[in-house]
Design a protein around this ligand. Sequence first.
Ligand code: ZN
Length: 262
Amino acid sequence: MSVRTRRFSELTWPEAAEAIERNAGVLIPIGSTEQHGHHLPLGTDALIADDLACAIAADEAQDLLVAPCVTYGYRSRPLSGGGPHFVGTTSASAATLMGLVQDVLESLLEQGFRRLALVNWHMENQNFIYESAYLALKRSPAAVANGARVMIAEAGFGGLSDEMMELLFPGGSFPGWDVEHAGIMETSLMLHLHPELVLADRAVDDEAERHPFYDMLPVPDAFVPKSGSLWKARQGTAEKGAACWPEVVEQMRRGIALELPR
Ligand SMILES: [Zn+2]
């Protein structure tokens, strides 16, 4: 089926009512406003989350809408996002993020939407958005009885194939998703999706002096890579992004088709 727009914010209210009537789903992209090294914009996570939701919704057969992106995320942490010490990083507290996402979910459930998915691209938001979904459903027993479900995709990059991991991180050089921040994958995806926003000649290969398994407060300087890139951004290429993006989109599409069928 073909509709005028997949963007929730561009619908009129009668079109939203029609969407509820035909049991359309709603994807809620969630990102951050956070430093991404010298070469990627502060809105990288929000842009990728929104692009991902739009790409999933482009499959008309699943009849999905894309809600306005949550563009602030939970506090940036040094070992997975560089931390709050970089100018530009503008974060929300856990309570604020949880409250916002819970309110949006409850409102959509109350309106009658029954197929909802959180599409997250900022590691620090994990668990908090799960809690929002948990609490929203707990407070919406009528919607649950009516078949409402919420999918929580906390890490859109989590399920890549071995072949894709080998392409991105050859020879088993995958450093862990925590440091894949303004690193190879994000740089590659941004070169593919928004090349005009990437200052590729300013990308650096970097890593923190120390990256232990635990965290510390106050933040030790040695935990923070000076550039804000947590890994080897110079290995990011548009070709890797072009190869990786369809797989990221497709695995999410398959998950949604399975868990939130029309
Ligand atoms: Zn990011």
